[in-house]
Design a protein around this ligand. Structure first.
Ligand code: SF4
Length: 455
């Protein structure tokens, strides 16, 4: 299903769309307040962008340096070229320990690799321990946002879900009660777990350590209780030195949720005595993206979600309408690189207003990259005939001033005189959610001429 069709489904529930829109805009505003509170915000963004550019240009060296240091710390390092290898490596580690119960903290990489269904097919229980992730896991849905995975669910919906799966009492969507029940349920899972899987927010090349950020402490709880800790990281997660964490941690929390710091920013360096720690470094299409000159900067992404919170399309179409692991503006750049035909509608799911680029903490030129994909897609992917014809007609009108003038005047006339009932009729799908603009006064040319005369 193309993005527009999936978005239309989400738009069927107008109240939910408005609520979703407001909730995300609230997070965007919190981000703005925090960003304005610290001096040198723009400078931090510049540093972060330059550091990421440096990492990508020297990725081979940094990866080897990271591996050497991690091994020195007693960590086992694995390399996975793709999702299949990533899943197999995890399976073999779990098999070695006869691990049947796994707790997992939020990791978009494991979503990307479809780890959960793979483990479940191998008779391994995997429990997502981030509250939002657990909600979508119980609902058998993918996350709709990379930081707020269950943002599309109302508290009443969560209430029903918990009644069905956790045996809770009806609470009318009481967040305190629901959170307490989730905590009880998850605590047992933590205590029973044979192994813990986490993501990686930042991997530090000069120490071999890595940082995992959560607001619930669930990554720490899992990693400290289980005998085996497996951390999965995309190969672009590296930063050169420990001292650079100060820059990225400041940017990440403020951009993601408008907090000055994430509640738990845990720095893992080596396994505890008698335990094992593994790191899996995953490519899965990243090298290919790195080779695309116009799109390599998309690998700067630190997965803060700010571009989603600000995007007028994302806020009103919901994360699931993107049908991709990473939705929103950055996902619309990453996904076509994986499957151009399947994701060809995504770069068009943007107004190109540039708000995403403005808030991005690592200064990715998101809207410019979306525009670049559009240019590729119209050449390489067959476009609907109607769209092609409309574009052709628009091109010829815009190329001839006289025709443009004539069409402009006729359109203004029609805008004034077409009955509303025709625009918002059942047969005109365009008019289902739109009104035509009101025509007031002169057009620009007329206004300009009059003004010249009066001067
Ligand atoms: S592209 Fe930028 S704003 Fe969007 S998630 Fe990545 S780092 Fe955040």
């Amino acid at each position: 299903m193309a993005h527009a069709e999936a978005a239309a489904k989400f738009n069927e529930n107008e109240a939910k769309v408005n609520w979703h829109d407001k909730a995300l805009w609230f997070v965007r505003q919190k981000r703005d307040k925090q960003a304005h509170k610290i001096q040198g915000w723009e400078q931090l963004r510049d540093y972060a962008s330059a550091l990421k550019a440096n990492v990508l240009s020297n990725l081979d060296n940094y990866l080897v340096q990271f591996e050497e240091n991690a091994k020195k710390n007693g960590v086992t390092v694995h390399w996975a070229a793709n999702a299949e290898e990533h899943n197999k490596i995890i399976h073999s580690i779990l098999q070695k320990h006869n691990a049947k119960k796994i707790v997992k903290s939020k990791s978009m990489l494991t979503e990307e690799c479809h780890l959960n269904p793979f483990l479940e097919a191998n008779d391994i229980e995997v429990i997502d321990t981030d509250l939002g992730e657990r909600i979508v896991q119980l609902a058998k849905e993918p996350p709709s946002h990379i930081v707020l995975p269950a943002i599309h669910k109302t508290k009443e919906e969560v209430d029903e879900l918990f009644q069905e799966h956790l045996g809770t009492k009806p609470s009318g969507g009481n967040p305190e009660y629901l959170t307490r029940e989730a905590r009880k349920h998850l605590r047992n899972k933590f205590l029973q777990a044979d192994a813990a899987i986490t993501g990686v927010n930042f991997a530090v090349a000069d120490t071999g350590g890595f940082v995992v950020c959560t607001n619930e402490g669930n990554a720490d709880m899992g990693a400290h209780l289980a005998k085996v800790h497996i951390a999965c990281m995309g190969m672009e997660k590296l930063i050169p030195q420990e001292k650079h964490l100060g820059i990225f941690l400041r940017l990440l929390a403020r951009s993601a949720t408008g907090q000055p710091i994430t509640t738990y920013s845990s720095y893992f360096n080596k396994p505890e005595e008698g335990k094992e720690m593994h790191i899996i470094i995953v490519d899965n299409g990243r090298t290919e993206q790195l080779s695309r000159e116009d799109f390599r900067r998309s690998l700067h992404c630190i997965r803060c979600g700010a571009c989603m919170n600000t995007c007028p399309i994302y806020r009103r179409s919901g994360g699931h309408s993107y049908d991709a692991t990473i939705p929103g503006p950055i996902g619309s750049i990453l996904s076509p690189g994986k499957d151009l035909t399947k994701h060809s509608s995504l770069p068009f799911a943007s107004t190109l207003c540039g708000s995403c680029s403005d808030v991005c903490p690592v200064k990715i030129n998101i809207h410019e990259q979306l525009y670049k994909w559009r240019q590729i897609i119209v050449k390489d992917v067959p476009q609907p005939t109607v769209k092609k014809n409309i574009m052709k007609a628009a091109g010829s009108i815009l190329a001839k001033p006289k025709t443009y003038d004539f069409v402009g005047k006729s359109t203004r006339f029609m805008l004034k005189h077409t009955p509303k009932s025709l625009i918002n009729s059942k047969i005109n799908t365009w008019g289902h959610a739109r009104d035509l603009p009101e025509v007031k006064g002169d057009n620009f040319e007329e206004w300009y001429k009059k003004r010249q005369k009066n001067e």
